[in-house]
Design a protein around this ligand. Structure first.
Ligand code: ZN
Ligand code: ZN
Length: 462
């Protein structure tokens, strides 16, 4: 008969007499056994850590990238500069330009520094700095627009969507990230936001890299670095739509459509999509919206239209009705449980239907106004002007305003979950891709994004 292991004999003893002293002794014996096991067999754990790969061989590596420089933007031959010990060299597989970069990327005013645009990407790790732990060579990684260092004050307080590695790395007025490459004439080239993405090779600090273990295509996975994941997180991570609830989404672009999909996945009672662009309203209906509104048709009456759509089956306030009364605060009590403002300002006049308020100020006010008393609203779209709110209502109506920074996404926690949801067909990433481009068509991808003639354009690298 084999002799019982330390763990088994400790358990057998613990069954004999249950006292505080014995419980503590048993625990100590188990811990000692575990420590012994770890001491004698460390290789399993350590083998899963990234090896310390020195990257001197990568310095000078030639590759091509879309570069905004001087008064233009075009594809340039580039050479990689040495990386930081905590940086990762990634061979790009796919990238989707974000609408927030179009104004800068297509501008014809002289650029202060040469720069590869965008702030996300997807690819294969080909080298890691000596201190990198999170990823290893061969990993497929989403390079997200927001880092999650896990060590800063914000990360430690449960807010990695405000990770200080992203937001406070440019103190003292110094450039936060050193140029990652140079052009043939030696001109240093930055990666926008320290990430870039629209080049055959990108470098990123490991804090931005999320390894994913799946066979899903790169073109779909790259959408998790920014817009789709941010929109989905709005309803899943930050606001947490409740089943059966009324959800309203302003803006059916790549971010808003992520929120609309979150409404479908979380079982919202209805998802009202608001967008001036007809093809986007039609697409919203295919991907999760239950009804749509055109802000150019509804005008200032859009808030009342939403309240009508969100009214309960009766107006009996003691029977759960929400439409009681029509005066004063009773009107403001009605509305949606969750509202996402993902319209954003209009950086360029689009080639499709324009939004009624290019500044987005009014849309933000309407989003807030559509929210029921005690409901939740997330402001995701950029608005560069002050937005006035009625002070008394702000104080009394109990509407919670959520920050829209990446939808409250915790990249290391959430992206692996979203990968599973794409695998299961719950999140539809593929349909979000309207058009695919080569790197040489990169400028066109940005132009189409600015024109709003596509939902999402993906540049695929060969
Ligand atoms: Zn973005
Ligand atoms: Zn952090």
């Amino acid at each position: 008969m084999p002799t019982p292991s330390v763990r088994e004999s400790a358990l057998m003893k613990s069954k004999r007499r249950l006292s505080r002293r014995n419980v503590l002794k048993t625990g100590a014996a188990l811990l000692a056994a575990e420590m012994g096991r770890l001491k004698t067999a460390p290789t399993v754990v350590e083998a899963q850590q990234a090896p310390a790969v020195l990257t001197g061989t990568q310095t000078g590596r030639a590759f091509r990238g879309l570069v905004r420089h001087g008064t233009t933007i075009d594809v340039q031959e580039l050479r990689l500069r040495p990386i930081d010990p905590r940086q990762v060299v990634i061979r790009s597989l796919a990238v989707a330009p974000c609408y927030t970069i179009v104004r800068g990327a297509l501008s014809t005013t002289p650029a202060r520094r040469a720069e590869v645009p965008n702030h996300c990407g997807f690819g294969v790790v080909e080298a890691v700095g000596a201190l990198v732990k999170r990823v290893q060579v061969g990993d497929r990684v989403v390079v997200a627009g927001t880092s999650q260092c896990g060590q800063c004050y914000q990360c430690l307080h449960g807010n990695p969507d405000f990770c200080q590695f992203t937001f406070f790395s440019n103190t003292d007025g110094a450039a936060p990230f050193a140029p990652f490459a140079e052009m043939r004439d030696g001109t240093p080239v930055d990666a926008q936001a320290g990430i870039g993405g629209m080049s055959e090779v990108m470098t990123a600090f490991e804090e931005y890299c999320v390894p994913v273990f799946t066979d899903l295509p790169a073109a779909e996975l790259t959408l998790l670095g920014d817009q789709l994941a941010s929109g989905f997180a709005a309803g899943h991570a930050r606001m947490q739509f409740e089943p059966g609830s009324d959800v309203v989404v302003f803006g059916a672009g790549p971010v808003g459509l992520g929120a609309i999909q979150a409404g479908r996945v979380t079982g919202a009672g209805q998802v009202i999509a608001i967008d001036p662009i007809r093809y986007r309203r039609e697409f919203a209906m295919k991907i999760g919206a239950t009804s749509t509104l055109d802000p150019n048709v509804e005008g200032d009456g859009i808030v009342e239209r939403v309240r009508e759509l969100c009214q309960g089956p009766n107006d009996r306030r003691f029977a759960g009705g929400t439409t009681y009364g029509r005066a004063g605060n009773a009107v403001m009590a009605r509305g949606a449980d969750f509202v996402v403002e993902a319209a954003g300002l209009q950086a360029f006049p689009p080639k499709v239907e324009a939004q009624p308020d290019p500044t987005n100020v009014k849309t933000v006010q309407q989003a807030w106004d559509c929210t029921r008393m005690g409901g939740h609203v997330m402001l995701m779209g950029f608005t560069l002007q002050p937005v006035p709110f009625p002070g008394a209502s702000l104080a009394l109506l109990g509407r919670t305003i959520h920050p829209g920074q990446q939808g409250g996404l915790h990249v290391m926690r959430d992206l692996p979950r979203y990968v599973k949801l794409i695998e299961k067909g719950k999140i539809d990433a593929k349909s979000m891709i309207t058009r695919r481009y080569t790197l040489d068509q990169g400028r066109q991808a940005i132009q189409d994004t600015a024109d709003r003639t596509i939902i999402t354009g993906v540049i695929e690298f060969s």
